[in-house]
Design a protein around this ligand. Sequence first.
Ligand SMILES: *[C@@H]1O[C@H](CO)[C@@H](O)[C@H](O)[C@H]1NC(C)=O
Ligand SMILES: *[C@@H]1O[C@H](CO)[C@@H](O)[C@H](O)[C@H]1NC(C)=O
Ligand SMILES: *[C@@H]1O[C@H](CO)[C@@H](O)[C@H](O)[C@H]1NC(C)=O
Ligand SMILES: *[C@@H]1O[C@H](CO)[C@@H](O)[C@H](O)[C@H]1NC(C)=O
Ligand SMILES: *[C@@H]1O[C@H](CO)[C@@H](O)[C@H](O)[C@H]1NC(C)=O
Ligand SMILES: *[C@@H]1O[C@H](CO)[C@@H](O)[C@H](O)[C@H]1NC(C)=O
Ligand SMILES: *[C@@H]1O[C@H](CO)[C@@H](O)[C@H](O)[C@H]1NC(C)=O
Ligand SMILES: *[C@@H]1O[C@H](CO)[C@@H](O)[C@H](O)[C@H]1NC(C)=O
Length: 573
Amino acid sequence: MHLSIFVHFSFFLAVLGVPELTVHPAKAPTAKTRNGTYVGLAVPQLSQDIFHGIPFAQAPRFELAQSLNSSWSGTHEAVEPGLTCSGYGSNNLLGLEVGEDCLNLNVVRPSGTKTNAKLPVMVWIYGGGFRQGSINDREFNTSYMVETSVQIGKPVIIVSINYRLSAFGFLFSKEVQSKGATNLGIRDQWKALEWINENIAGFGGDPKQVTVWGESAGAFSIGWLTVAYGGQNSNLFQKAIMVSGTSFGVGSGYPVFAQSTYNALTNDTGCNHAIDSLQCLRELPFETLNTTITNLPANLLGFQPILDGDILRNSPSFAYAQNPPLIAPVDIITGCNTDEGMSEALGAQTPFNTSAEVEYFLTAGLGVDSTVANEILTLYPEDAQYPPYSQPMTLDWPALTAALGIQSGTQTRRVYGIINDFAMMSGRRLTAASWTPLTGKKAYSFRWDVDPTRLPLVYTPGLGVGFAEHGAELSFEFRLPYVSGSAYPPIPDVPAMRNVSYAMQAHFVAFAATGDPNAHHLNWIPKWPAYAGSTQNFVYNATLDDTLNLHVEKDDFRSEQISWFNARWTYLN
Ligand SMILES: *[C@@H]1O[C@H](CO)[C@@H](O)[C@H](O)[C@H]1NC(C)=O
Ligand SMILES: *[C@@H]1O[C@H](CO)[C@@H](O)[C@H](O)[C@H]1NC(C)=O
Ligand SMILES: *[C@@H]1O[C@H](CO)[C@@H](O)[C@H](O)[C@H]1NC(C)=O
Ligand SMILES: *[C@@H]1O[C@H](CO)[C@@H](O)[C@H](O)[C@H]1NC(C)=O
Ligand SMILES: *[C@@H]1O[C@H](CO)[C@@H](O)[C@H](O)[C@H]1NC(C)=O
Ligand SMILES: *[C@@H]1O[C@H](CO)[C@@H](O)[C@H](O)[C@H]1NC(C)=O
Ligand SMILES: *[C@@H]1O[C@H](CO)[C@@H](O)[C@H](O)[C@H]1NC(C)=O
Ligand SMILES: *[C@@H]1O[C@H](CO)[C@@H](O)[C@H](O)[C@H]1NC(C)=O
């Protein structure tokens, strides 16, 4: 099955030039790593120490990241943001400095953290369709999560890591495979986790209490990290939080398709005439390569993780089916948003008016055969309820979107519904339900059910027309007190909206610190039961008219449809 997930992801953003406060550090914080001592920034207004742009490896183009191999005495400064990895989309629009030697990380800790504090560590892995994303995107400001952690008495250190993107991170071909340089983006994440394991104690963190946490491509990355190297994660992380992504839903890449992308790249640069075409690509001027990648036809732009027989040796469905399963034994939170499938990023904003058009979309776009497409159409009949699930189907959807210049048809919401379950809801439910029986470790599941926007529709290029769509929870997840400049909708200025954001942060931090998301002592948040034994989701629901409606639900909606997908991942992935 060939889901063109993320391929449609392109942002056109208004960049806000918000000046940073100038900080005059009273006493600059330091941290000792294997290579030498770093001096960071004291940020008194947040009571935090921030270390920016610490390199964790070198990134020679189309080669494995190399450990840093020099050390120093005295100090190095970690006060300026490091390079953002070269990517395609918002990376080039946020005013960030972009370049290839981009393997650096940011560390945020409560000020006054002692070297022997052994604080739990959270590691943020951004999304962006494996083609964009940066730790310096203000949307991913980890300071407010650290602030929450201190306020609830469970202080954590948060590290956010860059990894290589697009062709730089996910070029794949027989030539690349023969050099062992596959899935560099995922290997960069692994390398960062090794650096954290070796060095985080110098910041006051505990390398034996590491929680990887990611959204979208970041969550799908974690889905891969849990089955990488046959599930042997070398104890690099003990817990995982996967938001809008799991091991299932985007597939394990297409080697044949990837080879044609490689062939186009080498042909378009003349490297196809070199004896060693990969070496030729390595030596090209950056501008030449960047232009060639930019000009690749859209159907060849889908860089993503691909099974390589090495770090990604098993498809997730195979890993889950083995006895014992080939899965890293870690506790997890997995969750996604009610209306994920409305996202342009997931390719579901379509103009169809007939079942025949939807069938064509499923066969041509997703690559299923017509028997399977018709089974899906039967499971998702025309007259059912579809995203946005908070809105009645009687709305004239084509007219509502036409008012924004977006084409929809009478079948548009039906397609949202199919993609919703295929890309997100099914993988979430399968992961939550399988996890404890397979690994013996805890699993918690949530559904994010907050519409930060309402009718009339609001269109955000790259995201879609609003509601609880893909990415709609991000500003809440980071509890941002400002509009970040990224495309994601900000938190509406309503108390219930601030509470729902705080509840999610309290859960994530408590989970990272103890393995139990309930260990936050906030009595206004209902208890979140483990999935095993309850089969329940925590539901984050708050409304613009200031109703806070946090509750749990039985995770049995659309049971027939979701079970259908979950019985077919060996075919679908
Ligand atoms: C530098 O740090 C890396 C990562 O922790 C480590 O693997 C390497 O051995 C260090 N090199 C030196 C020369 O200290
Ligand atoms: C350190 O790494 C760089 C880049 O990979 C390499 O050129 C250099 O030879 C290495 N130095 C040592 C002392 O190994
Ligand atoms: C988060 O934003 C605040 C306010 O702009 C800023 O002071 C702080 O440095 C940011 N934190 C990080 C980790 O960038
Ligand atoms: C190869 O590159 C040439 C231009 O250098 C272009 O005309 C041709 O269409 C390309 N062929 C393929 C298969 O990409
Ligand atoms: C690479 O190309 C993109 C267009 O796809 C452009 O926006 C970006 O600035 C280029 N990057 C660099 C570092 O020149
Ligand atoms: C949230 O809960 C309310 C009931 O309190 C419900 O009407 C609504 O559909 C739910 N979801 C959203 C996104 O508002
Ligand atoms: C479906 O109908 C709408 C008008 O309601 C129209 O804008 C759209 O182009 C039609 N879709 C197709 C695929 O013809
Ligand atoms: C919202 O959070 C505050 C604490 O910040 C709490 O006192 C209040 O009870 C919460 N509101 C609701 C409706 O639970």
